[in-house]
Design a protein around this ligand. Structure first.
Ligand code: HEM
Length: 425
């Protein structure tokens, strides 16, 4: 009886952990970033729990306490550096994960709800990282919190009341730090819960793949194939990660955060962490505060509604869509431009360039992506679809991949042919 129970429990555990998950056979390394995101989420939660054992959200002691953590507590410096750099790496892998989703059209139907769950995770990550950055109580922590929370004050009518409610007083102080600490501790668990939903949705609709077409029969089990590949990628990323943690732990931070927070001295140049820079550039692209908040909200909404704007195509990936491929690369460039401008002072020509990059960001979502979608579906469909179908009908289509004379094809064409035979179009 115990054996039957333990077997069915094991079976159940294997099912929910994805051991049996049927994965398309053509995943590239871009499909490793989901697992890497999970790794950094767990690492942040664990290191955060240990850091919380030494942290006290009291403005009188907090700054010195963080310094003590680095110098007086055994491996405190290690714990702190892993957590601080872990936040940057977490964002880095999640941004690459999102970029992959756009490039291969993973965000479109039928994975639109999966994408939206991811977008929710991203917004919660932004909130969590912002709250966490305030905790060391350095100059940049304080003034970063001041700049961002003051935005709420720009809401007409109720703005200042809301702001004082958030601050817990008339300035950012002890009460604010306490509530920020409490929320910073709680939100990662909400992210974890939504990540479970993210996985459930992934398993419900199945993974996309490099060609962006539906898989018919070419699956391989997640374990051991991609399990091993994911673990390997963690080791590779950890090498890079520990170069930062051990040798340049403050490289990604700001030197002003080594100065105790002082409400009377404003830093010469207030900049957020690198992962907020694109949104920060959008905020500063206009001089009106309220308009800036509105633009940030719209930029985030664009990510949420992307699957509805770019409804997708039966062929989703850039692999068969050269125009979409070019558009996506220019979109990445625009995001990079925004990040670059976000870190610079608002002077000419950067302010004009920032406005241009912001407008371009919205042009992508409002005009270019939907326009391309329409173009590909109607006028250009002859090229995309027929090009695709031609491969199926080509004289070589009857030959199985193992029987192909390799000298006749480029690797790309051959793999295209192989997957067309094995995937649903
Ligand atoms: C805590 C953060 C996150 C974790 C742990 C996570 C985890 C994962 C994992 C393990 C996968 C399957 C493997 C893969 O395709 O890479 C996946 C797929 C996916 N995720 Fe995430 N994810 C996170 C954030 C996001 C965000 C922010 C978005 C988008 C806004 C997103 C959108 C997607 C999509 C569309 C897929 C399906 C990809 C495909 O099949 O091609 N995820 N996620």
């Amino acid at each position: 009886m115990i054996r039957i129970w333990s077997r069915s429990l094991l079976n159940y555990l294997m099912k929910i952990t994805g051991v049996y998950y049927k994965s398309p056979a053509n995943f590239s390394y871009w499909w490793n970033f989901g697992f890497l995101s999970l790794y950094f989420l767990i690492s942040q939660i664990l290191t955060g729990i240990f850091l919380a054992m030494f942290y006290s959200a009291d403005v009188g002691v907090v700054f010195g306490m963080v310094i003590d953590l680095n110098s007086e507590i055994y491996y405190g410096w290690w714990l702190r550096n892993i957590h601080a750099n872990g936040a940057s790496f977490f964002f880095m892998v999640v941004y690459l994960h999102m970029a992959r989703g756009i490039y291969y059209g993973s965000f479109t139907f039928p994975r639109h709800v999966l994408w939206i769950s991811g977008a929710l995770i991203w917004v919660l990550m932004i909130a969590t990282a912002f709250l966490g950055y305030v905790l060391p109580w350095g100059q940049m922590s304080f003034w970063g919190a001041m700049v961002i929370t003051s935005l709420i004050g720009a809401i007409p009518g109720i703005g200042s009341d809301l702001l004082f409610l958030l601050w817990g007083g008339f300035a950012i102080d002890d009460v604010t730090l306490h509530r920020f600490y409490s929320l910073h501790f709680t939100l990662p668990f909400v992210i974890l819960a939504i990540t479970v939903i993210h996985f459930a949705l992934l398993h419900e609709f199945g993974s996309n793949n490099g060609l962006g077409v539906n898989v018919k029969n070419d699956f391989i089990p997640f374990v051991p194939y991609y399990g091993v590949k994911d673990v390997f990628s963690i080791f590779v990323v950890l090498v890079l990660f520990f170069i930062f943690v051990m040798w340049s732990p403050d490289k990604l931070g700001h030197s002003d955060n080594f100065i105790l927070a002082n409400g009377l001295v404003t830093p010469a140049h207030i900049v957020p962490e690198w992962y907020f820079l694109p949104l920060y550039a959008i905020l500063r692209s206009v001089t009106n505060k309220l308009l800036g908040i509105f633009l940030i909200a719209c930029a985030i909404v664009c990510i949420f509604i992307a699957p509805y704007i770019c409804k997708g195509y039966y062929i989703r990936s850039t692999f068969f869509r050269p125009l979409y491929c070019v558009a996506v690369w220019f979109f990445y460039f625009d995001c990079w431009l925004l990040a670059w401008i976000g870190g610079l002072p608002i002077i000419s020509p950067y302010n004009h360039l920032g406005l241009f990059a912001t407008v371009l960001y919205f042009v992508y979502f409002i005009i270019i992506f939907p326009g391309l979608n329409f173009f590909e579906k109607s006028i250009y469909s002859n090229y995309v679809y027929k090009n695709f179908i031609d491969n199926v009908k080509s004289p070589t289509a009857g030959v199985r991949v193992s029987g192909i004379d390799l000298s006749e094809f480029t690797f790309k064409a051959q793999s295209k042919f192989y997957y067309i035979k094995n995937f649903n179009v």
